[in-house]
Design a protein around this ligand. Structure first.
Ligand code: NIG
Ligand code: FE
Length: 417
């Protein structure tokens, strides 16, 4: 099936188009904007992009007038397969309680762990599917989803199978599953005189059993670990990364949310695709990330919820690091389902430009997920599009709090309108 969509502005996010002198369309814009543009899609793919006046005449066309078309948004960091609610903790945090103290007292990740243990796999898959549908209605066509609340192998597998079930739906965002192998220490491995032995035994089990089994079952494409002062050490995470790499998984890491304990350097060492959070990172490590092509995934809803200072964005930019912006959707630090809200916060609180932010939630996010055929509107790529009910791409990063889409399309299929 062939179809043409036309609109006043087609934001391709295609650098090859931006500034190309052979084709005046898109010249001078970092986003590769085509004014009075057209996108020809054929089945699941983009077949042609250009000026509406140059588009083939014999194809069914739909004109969206003074609106903007962008690539479908890519949410590259979510814990969307959660269950339960942590509203009690939220109220405590708003009164000044510390996230790490709540977690140390058995709340936080352990609280959601108990909800994951209690819910059936079917209900978890159904709740995730509903959440992904709501994300699609905000413009998201690709969504990374982490496990990490199971903690035991059986429950991590249950979470990942629920993610796989939700991923089968072609009328929902494309799902990229991540095994968050080291997220929190289970309650039974925490206390007592033998706490150290129990901790080591848990990490051993994750490295020698969880990672190989989950990788071999193809339940995940990425491995993640929470490398921070209140979580896991660089040495513990490195063992999980090495086991994952040996089994063909790529790496993305939670790094520097509360303290810089060397997670960024580890990420560069093991060839991670992304370091996420990075409120705490030094200049030498930033340059290393830039050199190794490791993306920095910024999660401004989390730092907003925790009332933290932003990451050193100007320093990271000057070091040459490429940014991703993601929702971090989770019941504790980012109880939100909205990538557009994260984009608005990235602009207002983090000082990203609107153009940087749009690239960070499309092209760069897709690249960080090893999805080069998404995030950019160009011939041969998947037909993942958002037609915004907005007159300019810079309006996308305003903090609407409501859906501003006219149409969301993934693989050429309608997700929302
Ligand atoms: O990205 N920092 C660790 N993981 C999540 C929070 C998980 C939770 O609190 O449930 C984050 O902020
Ligand atoms: Fe996270």
């Amino acid at each position: 099936v062939k179809k043409i969509y036309t609109a006043a502005r087609v934001v391709t996010c295609d650098a090859a188009r931006a500034g190309s002198s052979a084709d005046s369309a898109g010249a001078g814009s970092p986003l590769g904007v085509i004014e009075d543009g057209a996108v020809l899609i054929e089945d699941a793919r983009v077949a042609w992009v250009g000026r509406a006046s140059d588009a083939p005449r014999d194809v069914d066309a739909e004109d969206f007038g003074a609106r903007v078309i962008t690539p479908g948004l890519v949410d590259a960091h979510t814990h969307a397969a959660w269950a339960g609610s942590r509203d009690g903790e939220y109220a405590m945090k708003m009164r000044g309680a510390d996230y790490r103290e709540i977690a140390a007292a058995g709340g936080g990740i352990l609280s959601t762990h108990r909800a994951i243990a209690a819910i059936s796999e079917e209900d978890l898959a159904r709740d995730l599917a509903a959440r992904l549908t709501r994300m699609a209605s905000l413009g998201v066509t690709t969504c990374e989803v982490k496990s990490g609340y199971g903690l035991t192998r059986a429950l991590e597998e249950k979470q990942l199978r629920a993610i796989a079930t939700a991923a089968k739906n072609k009328r929902a965002p494309h799902v990229v599953p991540t095994f968050l192998a080291l997220h929190a220490l289970p309650a039974e491995a925490r206390d007592g005189a033998d706490a150290k032995e129990k901790r080591d035994a848990y990490v051993d089990r994750v490295v020698t059993e969880h990672v190989p089994k989950i990788a071999d079952a193809k339940l995940a494409r990425f491995l993640d670990a929470y490398v921070d002062a209140n979580a896991f050490t660089v040495d513990e995470a490195r063992r999980a990364c090495d086991a994952a790499t040996a089994r063909g998984l790529s790496i993305r890491l939670h790094v520097g949310q509360f303290a810089d304990i060397g997670g960024a350097r580890l990420a560069a060492d093991v060839g991670a695709r992304s370091v996420d959070h990075v409120e705490h990172i030094g200049n030498a490590d930033a340059r290393l990330l830039a050199e190794k092509g490791v993306f920095c995934t910024l999660l401004p809803i989390a730092s907003f919820t925790l009332k933290q200072e932003p990451p050193p964005v100007a320093m990271l930019r000057a070091a040459g690091v490429r940014f991703v912006v993601a929702s971090d959707a989770n019941p504790g630090t980012a109880p939100s389902e909205s990538l557009p809200l994260a984009m608005a916060f990235a602009v207002r609180f983090y000082g990203l430009s609107p153009d940087e932010t749009i690239l960070a939630a499309t092209k760069h996010a897709a690249q960080s997920l090893d999805e080069p055929e998404r995030g950019v509107i160009s011939p041969g790529n998947y037909a993942d599009l958002v037609i915004w009910d907005l007159p300019h791409e810079h309006a996308i990063v305003q903090p609407w709090g409501t859906s501003k889409i006219a149409r969301v399309i993934r693989d050429g299929l309608l997700l929302a309108d």
